[in-house]
Structure formats: structure tokens, C-alpha cells
Design a protein around this ligand. Structure first.
Ligand SMILES: *[C@@H]1O[C@H](CO)[C@@H](O)[C@H](O)[C@H]1NC(C)=O
Length: 359
């Protein structure tokens, strides 16, 4: 006997399948900080206008007596506990106050379901105001934190005293000449390309992609050895060892509210279509009253040099420093952190590295 499946049943089945697929792509709500069952809040925080809180950590000299105030934007899957390598000597010699904070959705900072490039810049501004920084402050964006630095340059230029973009992340969908984006994109591992492509073209499915088990995930996103040079791995292994010893950095803390509001948002914002073109940003210091610099390693496998060079060429007011044998761990190479800070605050051209750097 032939089995006749009524159309209604087919429709219901299809709806169930689609519903499951949809559910699978929908991220769970973030764990609520400080709520019963949620992660406890263990850092000082400021309250923003929209009611969210940002968690911060202070270092260097006392805020009230400091000559320079510098805010650091941490990288992907990191938190305010990840130090930028500024030596104690230089902090004391120059009188530098360092402010680290968890970007929205990371660590102890509340998630921001409306997070965009612009909200990252206004978060920085509100944080600085809440801590009475005064008119201007310095910012340093590291790797993924680089997009927050670009956003500050675009949205709050008048608040900036200087900007250092340190191995700043790039977007393959910025308005770039085809040969530049193709060359850089083509050098990526196919697993990275796939992942970045989905972040750009199908951001609503990106969470499902990040959590699926069928296809191999991007080594860059996973922070796997394939994403680093040998020198990077040497430097980072030593750094992780020190962090473990100090007990100050808990790698799980970055995503304690879930990966959606932290990692997913970072990647879909970075690789999304930007509402401004970084190569069109105006010089915030036309009278030379501040420094904007980009620091890039020639061998960096995470942030490819071709795009960085193109952006730097388009913005002649940016000081571009390319280290010929560095990878993504450039800021953690001996003395580089202090050189970055000296140039940012004093305008000093990097001394020891000068001949190698200005590529
Ligand atoms: C792209 O093309 C321009 C103009 O032909 C050339 O100057 C540049 O070096 C090329 N860049 C890359 C990365 O191939």
C-alpha cells in the first residue's frame, strides 16, 4: 500500500527541522554578572549612561598625580588582566597612569547587545569621564583592540592626546584595492578564510559556525600554533608561564559571560561592513600636537602586512613602524613596549629599532 503523507505533516516536519536549525544558530543569553548563578564581579566598575558597567584595573603611578594617562584596549579573548609590557621604570620616570578595562562583554564588563564600532569609542569616553581624566588621554589598541582605537580616531578625535595601534587587526572588507585584499586574504589559512568569510557575510550564523564541530575552526580564532611564527610561540610560551606563576591572569575570565557577547561580537564587528573607512580618517593632530602610530611585524601571520602598509600609505600622518623579523608578539619583544610608550607620550622616534623599523 502506498503511503500518502498529508501535506500538513510535511509542513509541520519542515517547520520542526527549520525551528531546530534556527535554535541551533541562536546564541544562549549571556550569563548575568553578579546575578545568582552568574559569575561574580571582582573588579571596580563604572556605570555608563545606558546602565551597563565597565570593569577596570589601574596600574602605574597614582591617577591624581600622573603626568600621562593611558588607556589600553585588550585583544581578542583577553581581559584587562593582560598587561601591556610597560616597564615600572618608565612608568615612574615619566609619571604614567595606566588604565586597563574589559571591553563590553568581556571579563567583568556587562555585555552590550547593541555593541558597534561607535559604542566602543563612546564606552572609552564615558569611562575616561567617570574617572575624571580631563579633556584628553592617550589610547593604545592591541590586536583586536585596534578596531576600538580606529573607532576612537573616527568618533572621539578631540578627546585623544595620542594613539598607538599595536599589531592592529585589519578587515579584508575595508575598501581596499583588489590586489591588496586578495594578496593578504590569499595568504590566510583556508580555515581562517572560511571563518572570516562567514563573519562578514553571515554574521547571524556566526555563533553556530563557531560552536559547530563538523568543520575545522580557524587557527587564528582558536589561538592555535599554526597562527603564530616560531618566534611568537617562543615569546608567548614564556609570557603564559609568567602569567600562570603570577596567578593574575585567568584565561577563562575573558568569556565567562559566554562566547557570544565576547568573541562572536568582536569578530562580526571587525569583519563586518564598517560605517567609516579608516583610510579616510582625518589627522587628529594637524599641528603635530600628538602622535598616531602603527606597529606591525613583517612576519605576522594573524594580521597581514599588505593591508597595514596600504592603510599607513593612505594616512601619511600616521607613523608606521614595521619590524622585519617580528610576528604578532611584536609588543612583547624586548624593550618594544617601552619604545611604543616613549613615542606615544614624548614623540621620540624609536631609537634602537629605527633603521629596521621604518620600512
Ligand atoms: C597593488 O597594485 C599597486 C598598483 O599597481 C601596486 O603599487 C602595489 O604594490 C600592489 N600591491 C600589492 C600588495 O600587490
Amino acid at each position: 500500500m502506498e503511503m500518502i503523507v498529508p501535506a500538513r505533516v510535511v509542513l509541520v516536519l519542515a517547520a520542526v527541522v527549520l525551528g531546530c536549525a534556527y535554535q541551533a544558530t541562536r546564541p544562549p543569553p549571556p550569563a548575568i554578572l553578579g546575578a545568582p548563578g552568574g559569575p561574580p564581579v571582582t573588579s571596580p566598575r563604572v556605570r555608563l549612561k545606558d546602565g551597563r558597567h565597565l570593569a577596570y584595573r589601574e596600574a602605574g603611578v597614582d591617577r591624581k598625580t600622573a603626568k600621562y594617562k593611558v588607556i589600553f584596549f585588550h585583544g581578542f579573548a583577553s581581559t584587562k588582566e593582560n598587561e601591556f609590557p610597560v616597564s615600572r621604570e618608565i612608568a615612574e620616570e615619566l609619571g604614567i597612569y595606566l588604565l586597563y578595562f574589559d571591553r563590553a562583554g568581556y571579563g567583568d564588563s556587562d555585555a552590550n547587545p547593541k555593541r558597534r564600532l561607535k559604542s566602543d569609542a563612546t564606552d572609552v569616553e564615558e569611562l575616561a569621564d567617570a574617572l575624571h581624566f580631563g579633556d584628553k588621554f592617550y589610547v593604545v589598541g592591541i590586536s583586536m583592540g585596534g578596531y576600538t582605537a580606529w573607532s576612537c580616531l573616527n568618533y572621539i578625535p578631540r578627546r585623544l592626546a595620542g594613539v598607538a595601534l599595536v599589531v592592529p587587526a585589519v578587515n579584508y572588507w575595508w575598501p581596499l584595492p583588489v590586489n591588496v585584499s586578495r594578496t593578504a586574504y590569499g595568504k590566510l589559512d583556508v580555515r581562517d578564510r572560511r571563518t572570516f568569510w562567514i563573519a562578514h557575510h553571515m554574521p547571524s550564523l556566526f555563533y553556530a559556525w563557531l560552536t559547530q564541530k563538523w568543520f575545522r575552526m580557524s587557527p587564528i580564532v582558536r589561538g592555535e600554533p599554526d597562527a603564530f611564527t616560531e618566534k611568537d610561540l617562543e615569546i608567548l610560551t614564556e609570557l603564559r608561564r609568567k602569567e600562570r606563576e603570577s596567578g593574575l591572569v585567568d584565561p577563562a575570565k575573558a568569556t565567562q559571560q559566554g562566547t557570544y557577547e565576547s568573541l562572536c561580537r568582536d569578530l562580526t564587528i571587525l569583519f563586518g561592513t564598517w560605517e567609516f573607512d579608516p583610510t579616510k580618517i582625518k589627522n587628529p593632530f594637524p599641528d603635530g600636537e600628538g602622535v598616531v602610530s602603527i606597529w606591525q611585524g613583517y612576519e605576522d601571520k594573524i594580521v597581514r602586512v599588505e593591508i597595514q602598509r596600504y592603510v599607513a600609505q593612505k594616512l601619511p600622518w600616521i607613523r608606521y613602524h614595521e619590524h622585519p623579523v617580528a610576528g604578532h608578539a611584536l609588543p612583547n619583544m624586548d624593550g618594544v613596549g617601552d619604545e611604543i610608550i616613549r613615542e606615544l607620550l614624548l614623540g621620540e622616534t624609536p631609537r634602537g629599532l629605527q633603521s629596521e623599523l621604518d620600512g
